[in-house]
Design a protein around this ligand. Structure first.
Ligand code: KG4
Ligand code: ZN
Length: 348
């Protein structure tokens, strides 16, 4: 049994994962989510996030060891997300993992958070693994990133496309604020859209040359939503939402049109990438936004149209989690890619 213990503290979630690279199973994926702590502020407050990481890292670790039925002494490798993310939050995980590795005489591996998301498509609800063929296309969509990768092998991937401005999750969250839905808004927007059967009443812009060139850009979409709300008499640019005019009907139609538009943007870009890279064997959809069943369905349809398999992890492996970091550390350990105890957040 080669056990890997991993910490994910890059933002507002304290995640601990335990992966057994011999049986290829995730044995534990425990989490404390800080969503309730940041809700009142309409976004993540970095100081509150790092303080909470400090408070929760030991309890979440103990839960993971209990769940997996293992002791710290059984662990061979300690992994930790060391970039990208909020520095204060990252440092809690890094300092904790390094101290543990030093005190318990374990090997250490620093993991890139985005590599964790990219390879989360291998993870299944019961802890066993999907066989995702290489090369495949990975659409990574979260609150901070919206990118397309060509994934050639474990640890080998190429960035094909990155957002020019906001991430898709950020667009959901910013529109959520305009609609008075609170933070984060992705799941709430999905529920509202479902109530009007994913109608596209507003026809928000998809971008120029959308069918011709790969491009992710979501900040113009947020502005288009804002002006449609102004037009509907439900938003005042100087003061914000005019609450009595933000009717459930308007919320549903704006939310639904936004979701369909983001779905079209995803589908267009994946189609273009598939044309450009005919060697691709499968499509994956990962990151917090991949919790969205409508978007999952749209992307699955594109994959099937192209006679290829589609993979998207269950929600606990879509949002930030320690399981995906432990899994990536599993193949890094096999490749001998360990880190020194000087591991740190990269300085630019
Ligand atoms: O991956 P994640 O947990 O954190 C980051 O690394 O950013 O992603 C969080 C993002 C938020 O923007 C949230 O609104 C979005 O994922 N999200 C969703 C859904 N659930 C969460 N977006 C669309 N539909 C959902 N069901
Ligand atoms: Zn993430």
């Amino acid at each position: 049994m080669a056990l890997i213990l991993a910490f994910e503290t890059s933002c507002d979630e304290t995640g601990v994962g335990i992966y057994d690279s011999t049986s290829q199973r995730i044995l534990a994926n425990t989490l404390f989510s800080q969503v309730a702590l940041h809700e009142a502020f309409g976004g993540v407050v970095p100081e509150i996030a790092s303080r909470s990481q400090l408070e929760k890292i030991v309890p979440v670790l103990n839960q993971a060891l209990d769940k997996a039925g293992v002791h710290l002494s059984d662990i061979e490798v300690i992994a930790v997300t060391n970039t990208p993310g909020l520095v204060g939050s990252l440092l809690v995980g890094i300092c904790f993992a390094k101290s543990l590795a030093w005190a318990e005489q374990k090997k250490l591996i620093g993991i890139n958070h985005l590599e964790g998301h990219i390879f989360s498509s291998f993870l299944r609800n019961d802890g066993t693994l999907n066989e995702v063929p290489f090369p495949h296309l990975a659409l990574t969509a979260s609150g901070g990133h919206t990118s397309l990768y060509l994934v050639r092998d474990f640890g080998q991937y190429e960035l094909l496309l990155d957002t020019l401005d906001d991430a898709a999750g950020e667009a959901f969250d910013k529109v959520g604020k305009i609609l008075g839905l609170g933070y984060p808004a992705g799941a709430k927007i999905e529920r509202l859209a479902e109530q009007v059967n994913f109608a596209d009443t507003m026809h928000y812009p998809r971008g120029k040359n959308a069918h011709k060139e790969m491009r992710f850009s979501f900040s113009g979409l947020k502005t288009a939503v804002l002006y449609s709300m102004v037009k509907a008499g439900a938003y005042e640019l100087a003061t914000g939402p005019i609450v009595e005019n933000v009717t459930p009907d308007l919320q549903q139609h704006v939310a639904s049109s936004l979701l369909v538009c983001i779905g079209d943007i995803f589908v267009n870009n994946v189609r273009l990438a598939l044309q450009q890279y005919p060697e691709v064997q499968a499509v994956t959809f990962v990151g917090g936004v991949a919790c969205n069943k409508y978007l999952k369905q749209r992307l699955q349809t594109v994959a099937h149209e192209n006679a290829m398999a589609f993979f998207s992890p269950p929600p606990p492996f879509c949002t930030d989690n320690g399981g995906m970091i432990a899994f990536v550390a599993g193949y890094k350990a096999q490749q001998g890619k360990f880190s020194a105890l000087t591991l740190d957040v990269p300085r630019n």
